[in-house]
Design a protein around this ligand. Structure first.
Ligand code: ZN
Length: 315
């Protein structure tokens, strides 16, 4: 009887231990944190989805998302090494790299996903002459797409008035008639459509096949000192992008973006997150546009700026 009692005690204790270890692993307090900066736009959804998945699946790395309100603020954090990486406009990152900041692009933020929105009284692209068009920043694919739209219609950038405006102000500026069109990260284009202020003149793929816009960048410091985590992080990021069906994208966008359903429904039709590798061809196409439209004189080469070792290892 005494033996049975001791056996029972041992059993109870071991069940207790098992429960304890299960509890520990679900929290995974030892997971290594990677600090990544982002803006609340649909262009950063692959990163946001990754952060969610890593948390849920109890991996040994986790993402600490650090939200910024504008590109200049985000860039300050990235360039001063306050974060390990960021989801950022590629042209801004290229400029930083050209100025000697140690960062590398490791994956695309998204594919396609931009539109040129114009007011309803703009008849066609030729009618853009002497109109005012807003972009978020000179160093952006939105600037390139406006240039592409104009050159497709035998117009030059000097034929229109370009203004830099905060993305959140663009839909209302279009509605008020202060500007005649804009091109910017989403969902602000969709917002212009949703409030009835404008219409889509071009989607990005009509102007530029395999356009590059946002990228995931990591600092050289992080890449060299925490190489194993960097590999896991990039793998999980690409997987998260592949997992973003339109329903999954909407769910994560609703959690982080604070936007209305119809705005997200319109916007998410324009974008995809599958196969987020940066190919040499894509990058060289971007380089040509960056130089010919006067964004940068000496953009960094693919080898200098893109770390494609993550893709090669998997091939
Ligand atoms: Zn983008």
């Amino acid at each position: 009887m005494k033996k049975l009692f001791i056996l029972l005690l041992v059993l109870i204790q071991s069940v207790g231990l098992m429960a304890c270890s299960a509890e520990k692993s679900s929290a995974n307090e030892n997971a290594k944190t990677i600090k990544i900066a982002y803006l609340p736009i649909t262009h950063s959804l692959a990163l946001l989805e990754e952060a969610e998945e890593l948390e849920k699946n109890n991996k040994d790395i986790k993402v600490e998302l650090i939200k910024y309100g504008s590109w200049p603020e985000l860039l300050d954090a990235l360039n001063s090494g306050k974060v390990d990486g960021a989801s950022v406009l590629i042209e801004l990152a290229m400029k930083s790299r050209a100025e000697g900041i140690g960062i590398k692009a490791v994956a695309l933020g998204h594919k396609d996903g931009n539109v040129l929105i114009v007011s309803k009284d703009v008849k066609d692209a030729a009618d853009l002459r002497n109109r005012t068009i807003a972009i978020p920043h000179r160093q952006s694919s939105h600037n390139i797409l406006v240039n592409d739209a104009l050159s497709k219609n035998n117009l030059k950038i000097d034929d229109v008035k370009i203004v830099e405006l905060a993305p959140t102000e663009m839909p209302s500026a279009l509605a008020a008639g202060t500007i005649d069109g804009y091109c910017v990260a989403e969902p602000f284009g969709a917002m212009g459509v949703s409030i009835g202020a404008g219409k889509v003149l071009y989607t990005s793929e009509e102007l530029w096949e395999d356009s590059v816009c946002c990228v995931l960048v990591l600092t050289d410091d992080f890449l060299s000192k925490r190489a194993v985590e960097a590999g896991k992080f990039v793998d999980a990021y690409k997987q998260a992008g592949n997992n973003l069906t339109s329903d999954a994208a909407k769910a994560v966008a609703k959690k982080y973006l604070n936007q209305k359903d119809d705005v997200l429904d319109i916007s998410l039709k324009w974008i995809s997150y599958k196969d987020l590798e940066i190919t040499k061809k894509m990058y060289e196409d971007l380089q040509k546009r960056v130089v010919s439209y006067g964004l940068l004189d000496n953009p960094p080469s693919y080898e200098e700026f893109v770390d494609d070792s993550f893709y090669k290892e998997n091939e």
